[in-house]
Design a protein around this ligand. Sequence first.
Ligand code: MN
Length: 417
Amino acid sequence: MPVTDTRTEPPIGPADDSQRSRVYFFDTTLRDGEQSPGCTMHRGEKLRLAHQIAALGVDILEAGFAIASEGDSESIRLIAREVGSSANAPIIASLARCKREDVEAAARSVEPAARARIHTFLSTSDLHLAAKLQITRAQALDQIAEMVALAKSYRDDVEFSPEDATRTDRDFLIKVCEVAIQAGATTLNLPDTVGYCIPRDYAQMFLDVRARVPGIRGANGEDNIILSAHCHDDLGLAVANTIASVEAGVRQVECAINGIGERAGNASLEELAAIFVTRRDKLPYKHNIVMSKLYPTSQMLAECIAFGAAPNKAIVGANAFAHAAGIHQHGVMVNPLTYEIMTPASVGVPHNSLVLGKHSGRRALEQRYVELGHPLTREQLNAVYTRFTELADRKKTIYDQDLLALLKPEQKVSAIA
Ligand code: MN
């Protein structure tokens, strides 16, 4: 069926020297994330989030899986039109199996975008070929060649993913990558679909592919093809595996806000973004993420789906910048660097919270009273602190109204004096 040919956009690539150390962020919150339990969103929520994710500075926004439903393809089309039509918008991508109707649906849904990508995939591990697809390796290669070429007829920017790459026979994976490149793929994404890899092995796979697949390395020493990581967190290694792969030549990281995604989720976007900023001494890669939008984006996602980030979640969890132990509280008040490797403000958290509880010290209490507009003398503080510890033994968290209640006798004393 007819699809407008809008192949005017150059695919992002490492040919530009100024982008040598750039890591591209590929957000799949609205695809891998949205298809996981509790994360279903309706069209209006997807559009609102897509605007926010674009403002966050991601390079590629995977908006959905067009063939999955009429609603999905309409949402992608809406996002392509409303979010993806401006010059500095992210590339809008749709997922597609290696099937003609999938690729055509993906091409139709991303059509309004100024820059768009068709992301097609096929399982390549023997287990998936036999149990799931019931095809031979030779048939898989034919299907990949044909469907990547079909995608290429619609868009210059084509990503291919050999699903279950980390459990695919290595020699066969090399062949798969070669075939996909010959058919026109510009990004090769090698997913750890089942979250089984450890960092060293995930990195080694990319080193092998980069060394052995013809056409990845250009004559100038820069890669012609973008290698991409897509990691799942079944063993809690999604972010670690992704970082290891970047050190092995990967330049696109697939990730999701709050780490949502199939099963234990995808690599968390905010963790990756913060690692590259906080540890730029060890990981000298640039990215475009607007750090101060991380927390607001995390909050907006939580409003749209059934759950928010766990309180102890890195970067965006409620406790990520909370200091409850007295010694820590004192340290942070004297110099935040004592226990904070990044400022809450830098990732958009309004202010750090000194959580007052039975482990809190006198100085934290004194500071909170100052913030509440009640500076205390040393005697007043001593008296209030005794009552505070008694209350904290009975009550897990002490709120500001509790503190004001504790203060009343002191205020009376002050008034009489
Ligand atoms: Mn996935």
